[in-house]
Design a protein. Structure first.
Length: 66
């Protein structure tokens, strides 16, 4: 369980640091992060609303940067 949750946190952190750093190429790491979040929902590790919130916030950060 913890390994999966840590993968989600790592994916979120990678995108966040890329946005804060202004690196426009790195936020493409959002793409691999979305299936990780979805898999946690299917395994019932996180709630679907929490997953939707994470995905929405990541997408908003990417849009704001471009």
């Amino acid at each position: 369980m913890w390994r999966c949750a840590s993968r989600m946190r790592t994916a979120v952190r990678n995108v966040t640091t890329a946005v804060v750093g202004g690196n426009k190429r790195r936020p493409r790491q959002l793409q691999p992060g979305l299936p990780i979040i979805d898999s946690l929902v299917s395994k019932q590790i996180i709630h679907r609303n929490k997953a939707a919130r994470h995905k929405s916030r990541l997408a908003a950060r990417i849009r704001a940067m471009q």
